[in-house]
Design a protein around this ligand. Structure first.
Ligand code: T46
Length: 132
């Protein structure tokens, strides 16, 4: 599947911790957009789409949440609960997010701006596109 976990090194001292992310170094694309999701109520699920070309790295900066991922052949669930790790999601991976903790702050780095036509929101369409 077109996903992988990225590990980030925290610079820590007596004052606390700091993580810096640079395009092409810690993140495998040029970052064109950053958005973050917070205040998601317990029991709410999000996502339910894939992206035709977008690459993203999702980082749970605070709290925890779960990504359920599918590429038409395989599926897996990834729990994010640390600011020291990121989930890279390449193009054409179906994602559903669930089990948000009440304090969850999910930051996402994206390779492109917001383009609605890049979304595949119908699972049957996703499956037929994967078979091409
Ligand atoms: C993804 C997962 C992980 C914007 O106006 N600009 C943006 O950059 C984004 C991401 C969203 N929006 C608008 C579109 C909707 O009216 O914000 C609203 C919520 O977006 P959406 O329903 O797509 O949110 P999620 O949580 O289902 O999905 C988001 C991203 O859209 C998606 O790319 O991979 O997080």
């Amino acid at each position: 599947m077109n996903i992988r976990m990225l590990k980030f090194i925290a610079k820590g001292d007596s004052r606390g911790s700091l993580i810096s992310l640079e395009s092409g170094n810690h993140v495998p694309f040029v970052i064109k957009r950053v958005y973050y999701i917070f205040g998601t109520q317990s029991g709410v699920e999000r996502g339910f789409h894939a992206h035709r070309t977008l690459q993203q790295v999702a980082i749970c900066v605070r709290g925890s949440c779960e990504f359920r991922l599918r590429d038409g052949r395989e599926e897996c669930t990834v729990q994010l609960s640390s600011p020291e790790e990121g989930l890279y999601i390449g193009e054409m991976v179906w994602r559903e997010m669930a089990n948000f903790s009440s304090d969850c702050l999910l930051m996402v780095l994206a390779s492109e701006g917001y383009i609605e036509s890049d979304y595949v929101r119908d699972f049957n369409e996703f499956m037929s596109l994967k078979q091409l």
